[in-house]
Design a protein. Sequence first.
Length: 151
Amino acid sequence: MKRYRAKDRETVKYYETKVQVRFYEVDPYGVVWHGYYVGWFEIGRNELTEKFGLGPLQLKERNLLAPVVELNCQYKFPASFGESLLIQTTTERTEVAKLIFRYRILSQKNGKVLATGSTAHVLTDFQGTLLYRIPQDILEKIEAMRKYLDV
């Protein structure tokens, strides 16, 4: 866990996950195909949420789903085969029954930010019915995650 100062904002605390670019993730141009960044966001998010009992399978045990309803990704610099990357994941506080995660993907070699992004998730039951209020036990786990990240 590290803290980083965002431009003109308070310090942001991130949960960190390491990955290495695999051969099949590289396109004919010799750089990572853009779609894999979204997969890395998911790796970072799942590792973080599982620590707090909020991972996909853990939610499924409670008969809940957390589908992505919004996705943003900004590409800054390309990653290459064999490069070691750092996925930084954090969350933000919301006033509605929605989870928002923010991501940064950095080169471990030089610390350069390669991509940034975010995802927004809502909670539903298995029939797709949107929950307007988060169940108390899930809310406690979300609060524990936010406390861990100083959000």
